[in-house]
Design a protein around this ligand. Structure first.
Ligand code: AMP
Length: 278
């Protein structure tokens, strides 16, 4: 496995792999790798001949009051995990490699970026669509792997690829949870013991919603039950509880093919998200 810091090195390694007829899988991450990320890596390894993982805490997707400076950076441990899983290349650029002096290129996509996380974090998705476009161009990937954990991000990336005729295929991967149900996240490192325990109300409330939906409850009743479950934990503060169309993330209509329940809530000062398709 090679760890590269420059665009040029990655391009050369990928070009050599492609020249040998290999398909290229790409897993974008911000590092602090856990089993959620490693499941994306294993899926890429199973579907592609050559796997590139990026480890880049992307400054342009953080708001001015968010946790960019304190976000965990653990490149040595990340590289060890990737090596064990048979990753071919890690791309770990400095911010100046991705955004050099005078940088001024942005990819913006409307619609699905404007609701929920987009409302709570107004510049977030512009940073995500920009960095992913750059990384798709740098890696020349055939397939890119994204977790359903960040459900709206997955919708945004699918739409970016569709709207801009990108040739990369986006492959969704299911949420990986801890044994107690908490969705794995690099930000779980910020939680105290009590906050972590309180945060279990999120996965609990998703299960309540799934059961109610199966029994035919209406969406308003499900939303009320989910809200009540989260509010039963004094350490939790809801940002949003949304039951929306699984593709557009807008109001559910007769044409909706699926309903997704999306949650964002603070456990103490840590903002967590979780979701399930109903
Ligand atoms: P991040 O490093 O948080 O930017 O995440 C990188 C990728 O890993 C994204 O596609 C996430 O959706 C995915 N991911 C993060 N946590 C999980 C999880 N618990 N299960 C599945 N995928 C995840």
């Amino acid at each position: 496995m090679k760890v590269f810091n420059t665009v040029k090195e990655v391009r050369e390694a990928v070009a050599a792999a492609k020249a040998r007829g290999k398909s290229v899988g790409f897993v974008p991450t911000m590092g602090a790798l856990h089993e959620g990320h490693m499941t994306l890596v294993r899926t890429s390894r199973a579907m592609c001949d050559f796997t590139v993982v990026s480890v880049f805490v992307n400054p342009t997707q953080f708001g001015p009051t968010e946790d960019f400076d304190k976000y965990p950076r653990t490149l040595d441990a990340d590289a060890e995990k990737c090596e064990k899983e048979g990753v071919d290349v890690i791309f770990a650029p400095a911010p100046s490699e991705m955004y050099p002096e005078g940088y001024d290129g942005w990819v913006t996509v409307g619609g699905v970026t404007e609701v929920l996380e987009g409302e709570a974090r107004p510049t977030h998705f512009r940073g995500v669509t920009t960095v992913c476009t750059k990384l798709f161009n740098i890696t020349g990937a055939d397939k890119a792997f994204f977790g359903r954990k960040d459900y709206q991000q997955l919708c945004v990336i699918k739409k970016t690829v569709r709207d801009l005729n990108m040739s990369v295929e986006i492959v969704p991967v299911d949420i990986v949870r801890d044994v107690d149900g908490l969705a794995l996240s690099s930000r779980n490192k910020y939680l105290s013991g009590d906050e972590r325990k309180a945060a279990l109300c999120l996965s609990r409330s998703l299960n309540i919603a799934k059961d109610m939906y199966k029994e035919g409850a209406d969406l308003a009743a499900i939303k009320e039950a989910v809200t009540k479950e989260i509010e039963s934990e004094p350490l939790m503060k809801i940002d949003y509880v949304a039951l929306v169309d699984g593709d557009t993330l807008r109001e559910v209509t007769a044409e909706s093919e699926g309903v997704v329940l999306l949650l964002a809530a603070y456990a103490g000062s840590t903002r967590l998200i979780d979701n399930t398709l109903l």
